[in-house]
Design a protein around this ligand. Structure first.
Ligand code: F6P
Length: 544
């Protein structure tokens, strides 16, 4: 049955009819203890939904909707390795990647938890060889720079995590620089190569498919650069000393020239955007050391266990997801801002853009029907204090309703002797709390605001969630990312869509290939639409 024909959906629609007239400031006046009513906690990880436009009745109805949609059974299917990715006929087992070694999960008669842990051990060997200086470049010098070449899920997660957890860098990694290259046009790589010492640089070519043209083009440029910088060494030596391939397609990696001994594998049941827990996380392990990487996995595993076992009424991913469903499908809010109040989390908006929009940016349900309800909203974000000086104007006084996630750590710099930085953290916290307060409650927070001219008024009523970590560390960061992964899954269940495929990115790849002929040296006469023909002709003229 389509989601919007269920009993709970209809009840929610009637409930929304009068809730959409209400203001969050009124809800706070009516329920003075909203914080204790709508805040949920799991091992020092706090989810505050009190500034959402919800009541206890809203939550009860949302939980009823989740039950009607069979969420518990879907969670079971996800963890058990059922083929929840039906269009590609495979499981989505990112949760297995962070499951402790003493568990068993059989897929095709193999205990994949054993395989996961033997992969982690291989990763550990490589990390130790690099950290200890035993991995040598073609001149015999140790490696001091690692460049991860990948895109999408083979870039965004490790890039984000290395930035977020830089303060947790392993002592053994202190002299190692880690860079990320993703852009197809070569601009990142060109800039970087001019600063690198080829003898001490290791390239990690990360690609689940090992067919992604963006990554292969950057990898080829890196290979040629290395060959030019070291005429004396053979290509075989250069590749074996300076390239690691991380992929679920080992044959393609061999074809490219990287021998098995320099490969780290993972499995096709790991979705690209869910892959940083696998060997795709090599840069994270290089940054944190294996013990830090394992802590990161442990944090995610704890959130997995909570998601799997907690009642919906106190289940953080379920509640976060259902608050989103309420906003999107019943209050008609289709924009979502991700606002980390922590410079270390500057890359989380880009990461969540892929996680949420590539997973749930779909309009066809699992039965192949076009849905007639909204699915994933438009999502974007920025470090909150920077965004305050950029797009908050629209959040406060624009015409768009926007739901906002504030993400912040309660403690920072507490163990330093630096009062200036401690003060900066307090400033940051004050701004985080001030902004979510104004966005939700409007200028009702200010005495006499009603008498101000219209252009100075703040209408508020933008629903805000605050996610507060005790402190940002590998464990809590693992909890945070797993929270969002499961939130995305819960929403996909309500919308009855497959969050684990991404067919919408395929046509662009094909059309780009056909356009390459018109732009290449052969320059066939373009035969496309008049805009594309005109642009190609202009490029050709300019190129001559
Ligand atoms: O084109 C989209 C996509 O397939 C993403 O889903 C994926 O994360 C990215 O490209 C990179 O793919 P790969 O890891 O196979 O290079």
């Amino acid at each position: 049955m389509p989601a919007n024909e269920s009993v709970a959906w209809n009840d929610l629609q009637s409930h929304a009819y009068y809730m959409s007239q209400s203001h969050i400031s009124t809800l706070f006046r009516e329920e003075t203890d909203r914080f204790s009513l709508y805040t949920f906690e799991q091992n020092k990880f706090l989810l505050d939904l009190s500034k959402q436009r919800i009541t206890e009745e809203t939550l009860a109805l949302l939980i009823k909707l989740a039950e009607e949609k069979g969420l518990q059974q879907w969670i079971q299917k996800l963890f058990d390795g059922d083929h929840v990715n039906d269009s590609e006929d495979r499981p989505a087992l990112h949760t297995a990647l962070r499951t402790p070694a003493d568990r068993i999960l059989s897929i095709n008669d193999k205990n994949i938890i054993d395989e996961v842990h033997s992969n982690l051990s291989r990763m550990e060997e490589i990390v130790e060889r690099i950290h200890s200086g035993q991995w040598r470049g073609f001149t015999g010098h140790s490696i001091d720079t690692v460049v991860n070449i990948g895109v999408g899920g083979s870039d965004l997660g490790p890039f984000m995590a290395c930035k977020a957890l830089a303060e947790n860098q392993a002592d053994t990694a202190k002299s190692l620089k880690i860079h990320f290259v993703s852009s197809m046009d070569g601009s990142q790589l060109a800039e970087l190569l001019s600063e690198l010492n080829p003898a001490r640089t290791l390239f990690v070519i990360s690609s689940k498919s090992f067919t992604t043209i963006d990554t292969l083009a950057n990898a080829q440029t890196a290979k040629e650069w290395l060959k030019k910088s070291s005429y004396a060494a053979s290509e075989e030596t250069l590749i074996s000393r300076h390239f690691i391939g991380v992929s679920a397609n080992p044959d393609k990696v061999c074809e490219w020239g990287i021998p098995k001994s320099n490969q780290l594998e993972f499995w096709d049941w790991t979705g690209g955007r869910y892959s940083m827990w696998s060997t795709i996380g090599l840069p994270i392990a290089l940054k944190l050391g294996m013990s830090g990487f394992r802590e990161f996995l442990n944090g995610a595993h704890e959130m997995d266990e909570h998601f799997r076992n907690a009642a919906f009424s106190e289940n953080l991913p379920v509640l976060l997801a259902m608050a989103g469903i309420w906003n999107i499908n019943f209050l008609n809010i289709n924009a979502h801002a991700i606002l980390p109040y922590d410079g270390r989390l500057s890359h989380i908006p880009a990461y969540l853009e892929q996680l949420e929009m590539e997973s749930n940016g779909k309009s066809v349900d699992r039965q192949g029907n076009n849905v007639d309800y909204k699915t994933c909203p438009i999502l974007w974000g920025e470090v909150g204090t920077n965004a305050q000086h950029a797009f908050y104007q629209l959040l406060h006084q624009g015409t768009e309703a926007v739901m906002c996630d504030f993400i912040v750590a309660a403690r920072r710099y507490h163990d330093t002797n630096n009062p200036e930085l401690q003060h900066q953290h307090q400033l940051n916290l004050a701004n985080c709390l001030a902004q979510s307060r104004i966005l939700a409650l409007g200028d009702s927070v200010l005495e006499g605001a009603e008498s101000a001219p219209a252009f100075k008024r703040y209408k508020g009523n933008q629903p805000c969630t605050t996610i507060m970590l005790d402190e940002l560390n590998p464990f809590s960061f693992g909890q945070l990312i797993a929270l969002y992964e499961h939130k995305v899954f819960v929403q996909s269940v309500i919308w009855d869509i497959n969050p684990f495929d991404q067919w919408g990115v395929e046509l662009g790849k094909k059309v780009a290939t056909s356009l390459l002929d018109a732009l290449g040296t052969e320059r066939k006469q373009p035969d496309f639409d008049s805009s594309t023909n005109g642009l190609i002709n202009r490029i050709t003229e300019r190129g001559e």
